[in-house]
Design a protein around this ligand. Structure first.
Ligand code: C5P
Length: 236
């Protein structure tokens, strides 16, 4: 596979063309950003860790019937992925209240939610990725129709169920996570982007120690060690 022209650089990844017009190369970066990139950092090896973690989780989800963009892994921080049109929506699933949910609604940090809460944010850095609801999605033509919103929520909840059960066996609590979905050339809705400690919150089941990007956001230290611990447990 030949790595072609750089198509897009995001906060956590670079996307390149490949010699197959239907496939792209996704390169995971070592950069860390938080608070809409107001806070910036870098951890050597973080990209490779996230690539490995995300690959494992995408394989697990594929085995359980979730369609994903992942095709192959070609280096320690590069995946071959299906070219798709990413929906400009960040889909967030929460099992436990923390982060922006506690700030917005005053729910006590650590409260176990009675059901998995699915939320949407508009993917727009200039606007600060604002929270939006189903009707905003329709109004802004972010989705095709109401059925597609229902389909997105169904996929998000199914991914949550699979990951909750999986991480429970690894002595980890899946607190919340963000996913992105894309439409392939065949109009299939697939899981895209990544699932990693950059985009999820994991707390140790025994100690509630944070093992995710909150270590960077909150200056808790040992960021890379936490990501290594997540990979170790996934592979155990
Ligand atoms: O900050 P907030 O509490 O809304 O984040 C919820 C979840 O979504 C967290 O797991 C966070 O890592 C993830 N997220 C993300 N990218 C964003 C916003 C949130 O991965 N732009």
């Amino acid at each position: 596979m030949i790595k072609g022209e750089l198509l897009y650089e995001g906060k956590g990844k670079r996307l390149y063309k490949s010699d197959d017009e239907n496939l792209l190369i996704s390169e995971f970066k070592d950069d860390l950003t938080a608070f809409n990139a107001e806070k910036k950092g870098n951890e050597s090896g973080k990209g490779a860790l996230n690539c490995k973690i995300s690959t494992q989780l995408f394989h697990l989800l594929e085995q359980k019937g979730i369609l994903t963009h992942l095709v192959d892994v070609i280096s320690e921080n590069e995946q071959v992925v299906k070219k798709c049109k990413i929906l400009p929506i960040e889909i967030i699933v929460r099992n436990v209240a923390t982060g922006s949910l506690t700030k917005r609604l005053g729910i006590k940090d650590g409260t176990v939610l009675p059901f998995a809460l699915v939320e949407f944010c508009l993917k727009d850095d200039a606007l600060g990725d604002p929270f939006i609801n189903d009707e905003h999605c329709l109004l802004l033509n972010l989705v095709k129709d109401k059925e597609q919103i229902a389909q997105i929520k169904t996929i998000a909840r199914k991914i949550n169920e699979i990951l909750l059960n999986f991480f429970d066996t690894k002595n980890l609590r899946l607190i919340d996570f963000k996913i992105e979905l894309g439409l392939t050339k065949d109009n299939e809705l697939v899981l895209a982007d990544e699932i990693s400690p950059d985009s999820c919150r994991f707390w140790d089941k025994d100690t509630n120690e944070k093992l995710d990007k909150d270590r960077f956001r909150q200056d808790l230290g040992n960021v890379k060690m936490a990501y290594e611990e997540i990979l170790k447990r996934i592979l155990s």
